[in-house]
Design a protein around this ligand. Structure first.
Ligand code: UD1
Ligand code: MG
Length: 452
């Protein structure tokens, strides 16, 4: 296979988003748009990835540097069109030999196989490969003008198109591939002699044909190549992502009772024979292992649900919640940065933060791990098969030994030995007949006041 590189265009302002956050940092499926393009490039083996940024887009630059290092950023100043944008990567790729694909940072949902298909056109002899799609509403997209045998003759921007060309619904997704040498040779010949006065990347198609080359298209469904310019399009892309992910999860052998009510992230990993009940939200970083059940109205992020575990309804798992097999967590329990061993249970109304809970432990209703002193977080350890009585506060740092019992309503501030009972609350006292005497006394006082 030829070496591969990607140039990702992200120098646009994204003004139509009406946002302080740069467009390509808005998330789809829990991941910034630009990360989708980068992950796509990586998934097809691009070992060089360059992101074209505007000088003002510092947040985007910083983000790319964090992901790929400083050499991945090229600056386009001023923005003179998509062809000009790709040329900003020429110096950085001067030592690169292989195939180059241009992606757009605001087109997040292209699938790996689709891009493989495009590279295949280039490696099988096309000078330029274009990813096209049948647009429901071709609007401002560039039109793909093909000859009788399906070869691409030109890409005509909507603003330059004749009425006959505007009637064509086969459109340019903006994704274009060629050998790096052809790409930069052709771009060197592009002029800005057009309606917008810009250097159009799309002009390389006609230039390639004039030089005797062939240009071929690969097509995909519109849902993969929808570009995001507005919040409405962002919502539409989110819907497209959710729909695709739900289908994938169902196809992999997971029951989702009401798929349209379940929201996934790009990386949600649900294993075979898990069951997801209605109205569940998966923020990034969740793994649900085989046979587990996530009951309704639960919210999970950065968490592992062990095989056969049952959580919910109304459970919140926050980052670092790691449940081993057959754990049970019931309604209104929040778990953060806490591991729970096999068969451990917390069935009702608890906060379990910064803890380690041993296998078979039972956390009673209303237990709170008091993990924060206003400055630092501290750890609570509950041993195997320990039993924490309802409405107990475990003030961290604290350790409850294996098999120990904590009496209900305790505020535990000192470690408890294995197999001991700890009770830390006011001792109960009883006064026989006190209530009768109290009522008699108060009734007499009230009667005396009425008379007076
Ligand atoms: C472009 C295509 C059009 C295609 C459409 C698909 C050209 C000339 N036209 O049109 O055929 O149907 O995309 O969405 O290529 N960008 C830069 N620097 C620039 C200009 C643009 O980085 O100087 C980036 C933008 O941020 C964006 C991408 O390139 O990510 C596409 O630019 P945009 O202005 O949206 O191009 P379109 O007019 O939509
Ligand atoms: Mg656009």
């Amino acid at each position: 296979m030829a070496n591969r590189a990607a140039v990702i265009l992200a120098a646009g302002q994204g003004t139509r988003m009406q946002s302080a956050l740069p467009k390509v940092l808005h998330p789809v499926g829990g991941r910034p748009m630009i990360d989708w393009s980068i992950a796509l490039a990586q998934s097809v083996g691009c070992d060089r990835i360059l992101v074209v940024c505007s000088p003002a887009g510092e947040a985007v630059q910083d983000h790319v540097v964090e992901l790929l290092g400083p050499s991945a950023v090229t600056i386009q100043d001023p923005p003179l069109g998509t062809g000009h944008a790709v040329l900003t990567a020429q110096d950085a790729l001067s030592d690169f030999e292989g195939d180059l694909v241009v992606l757009c940072g605001d087109v997040p949902l292209i699938e790996t196989e689709t891009l493989e298909g495009l590279f295949a056109e280039v490696s099988s002899g096309a000078t330029v490969g274009i990813l096209g799609f049948e647009a429901a509403d071709p609007g401002a997209y560039g039109r793909l003008i093909t000859d009788a045998s399906g070869n691409l003759e030109a890409i005509v921007e909507a603003k330059e198109a004749t009425p006959a060309q505007l009637a064509v619904s086969f459109c340019n997704s903006g994704v274009i591939a060629a050998s790096s040498k052809d790409m930069f040779d052709l771009l060197g010949k592009v002029t800005n002699d057009n309606v917008k006065g810009e250097y159009y990347l799309t002009d390389i198609v006609e230039l390639a044909r004039e030089a005797g080359g062939t240009c071929r298209t690969v097509s995909c469904d519109e849902a993969q190549v929808m570009g995001i310019n507005t919040r409405a399009q962002l919502a539409a892309a989110e819907a497209a992502f959710q729909s695709r992910k739900r289908s994938q999860v169902l196809a992999s052998g997971v029951t989702i009772t009401a798929p349209e009510t379940v929201y996934f992230s790009y990386d949600t990993d649900v294993e075979t024979d898990a069951v997801i009940e209605p109205n569940v939200v998966f923020a990034p970083g969740v793994v649900v292992k085989t046979g587990a059940r996530v009951r309704s109205f639960s919210h999970l992020e950065g968490a592992i649900v062990g095989a056969g575990s049952v959580i919910g309804p109304f459970v919140r798992l926050r980052p670092g919640a790691e449940l081993e097999a057959n754990v049970k967590i019931g309604n209104f329990v929040e778990v953060k940065n806490t591991t729970m061993g096999t068969g451990a249970q917390a069935s009702h109304l608890s906060y379990l933060g910064d803890g380690e809970i041993g296998a078979g432990a039972n956390i009673g209703a209303g237990t709170i791990f008091c993990n924060y002193d206003g400055f630092l977080k501290h750890k609570t350890t509950v041993g195997k098969n320990a039993f924490i009585g309802s409405n107990s506060a475990l003030v961290a740092p604290v350790t409850i030994g294996d098999g120990a019992f904590v009496g209900s309503g305790s505020v535990i501030t000192k470690d408890v030995d294995a197999n001991a009972l700890a009770v830390a609350r006011g001792r109960q006292l009883q006064k026989a007949g006190w209530a009768t005497a109290f009522r008699d006394k108060m009734a007499a006082i009230k009667a005396a006041r009425k008379k007076g």
